[in-house]
Design a protein around this ligand. Structure first.
Ligand SMILES: [Zn+2]
Length: 215
């Protein structure tokens, strides 16, 4: 089975992909991870990726396609795949079909994690972690039992990810809405889109995805 997890940044795609890997032996093809791995690899493609990334330019669709192609070549036919963060554009959606076909695969399901943008922004912007042990907290949903003291390790230092500010999060969501969401109708026309409530808690989202895949 080959699936795409679609949803704005922060919707929990990575978490769900990891669960599917653990529970179903599927393989997550995250283009971000693949690019980071490729640039470290001593191959012609790796050198090309490193040069582009170092120049600050965006890696071309051709390179991303080549990476996916290469990765699919290392999998056995029984291993399912999860695409996360790809395709982002209509052009990439088209090349994905071509690449999958070359490996005797086809896209089975596109899982769309539906979110309420304002609620998702609140969820992302409010999160922070203990600087010492990494325990997760939230301004509105999960404060430490004693204000300013980590429940787990007693540390009084906390940190926030610099990306977790409202402006950055809203920009990335707008980008998702403008560029990625328009590819959905393409898949809806094939009848392979399943909508899942991305605002439900993590276990509930997993259960909904499982019922889609087991249909
Ligand atoms: Zn702690």
């Amino acid at each position: 089975m080959n699936i795409i997890l679609l949803g704005p940044p922060g919707a929990g795609k990575g978490t769900q992909a990891s669960r599917l890997e653990a529970e179903r032996g599927m393989v997550q093809l995250s283009t971000g991870d693949m690019l980071r791995a490729a640039r470290k690899a001593d191959t012609p493609l790796g050198h090309q990726v490193a040069a582009v990334m170092d120049s600050g330019a965006l890696v071309s669709d051709e390179i991303v396609s080549a990476l996916i192609d290469e990765k699919l070549g290392t999998l056995s036919a029984e291993q399912g795949t999860i695409f996360d963060g790809y395709p982002r554009t209509a052009a990439q959606a088209e090349s994905l079909d071509v690449i999958l076909a070359r490996h005797g695969r086809k896209l089975d399901v596109v899982v769309e994690l539906e979110v309420n943008e304002d609620a998702l922004v609140e969820r992302i912007v409010g999160r922070y972690t203990c600087a010492k042990c990494g325990a997760g907290y939230h301004d509105h949903f999960k404060q430490p039992l004693v204000a300013g003291v980590c429940d787990v390790c007693g540390s009084t230092e906390f940190k926030r990810r610099p990306d977790d500010n409202e402006e950055t999060v809203r920009t990335r969501m707008a980008e998702y809405r403008a560029k990625t969401l328009p590819i959905l109708p393409l898949y809806e026309a094939r009848g392979i889109v399943a909508k899942v409530d991305g605002m439900a808690d993590i276990d509930e989202v997993s259960a909904q995805i499982a019922s889609v895949l087991d249909r």
